[in-house]
Design a protein around this ligand. Structure first.
Ligand SMILES: O=C(O)CCC(=O)C(=O)O
Ligand SMILES: [Mn+2]
Length: 204
């Protein structure tokens, strides 16, 4: 078992996992003004769709809107659907360049999720598709309403970490995280405004 190490933890980075992976959270990564501008741009200019996925052999609509952007030629299979990316918008390129120095990788793709209200959600899963390589580096940027993000140990499902992902925050998952921890955005019955999340990924 490998202990989590943070060789270059900056003051503002909060490590979240006790072992078997690395997740760091940076709450005020973008300024409120930048975050407001990105949120408005993303709501208006992203080609949002509500895609069907297969659940227990049935086709159901995902409980959120999604979009897939990235370098050309990097298609991606996800929950039984294969997505072809649209070319990065200028705003997505700016956000990508802003997070890459901290992530230490060059991201090739971005999955965008638009949670319209508290009833939109994402179930337990790991970002462990084979296209992401052995130890995926996932850079996750959030704008809009704060939502709970949960990490649960895959072997011991009683071990759950919950964090609120706020407007303009940046969460980085790396190392062995996707082997040992799953994550989700649960539904909430609290009145909740819209939220956009972008997970930048490296397709190898
Ligand atoms: O909305 C989030 O914060 C999580 C999104 C996510 O897990 C994903 O896109 O794979
Ligand atoms: Mn995920």
């Amino acid at each position: 078992m490998q202990q989590t190490l943070f060789a270059q933890t900056a003051d503002k980075e909060i490590p979240l996992l006790p072992f078997n992976g690395e997740v760091v959270y940076n709450e005020h990564f973008f300024t409120p003004a930048e975050s407001d501008a990105y949120f408005t741009h993303l709501v208006d200019d992203i080609a949002w769709k509500q895609e069907p996925i297969k659940m227990f052999g049935r086709s159901v609509l995902q409980p959120r809107l999604t979009a897939w952007y990235g370098n050309s030629g990097k298609s991606y299979s996800y929950s039984g659907i294969t997505m072809q990316p649209l070319p990065f918008t200028d705003a997505l390129l700016q956000i990508k360049q802003h997070i890459e120095p901290l992530a230490g990788v060059v991201f090739t793709s971005a999955l965008l999720n638009y949670y319209r209200n508290g009833q939109d959600s994402m179930g337990w899963h790991r970002d462990n598709e084979k296209e992401l390589g052995r130890n995926p580096v996932i850079g996750s940027v959030s704008f809009g309403a704060a939502r709970s993000f949960q990490l649960r140990n895959y072997a011991d499902k009683s071990l759950v970490k919950t964090i609120s992902l706020t407007h303009g925050s940046f969460l980085l998952m790396r190392g062995e995280t996707q082997h040992y921890w799953e994550h989700r955005i649960p539904k909430t019955s609290q009145p909740t405004g819209p939220r956009i999340n972008i997970t930048f990924r490296v397709i190898v």
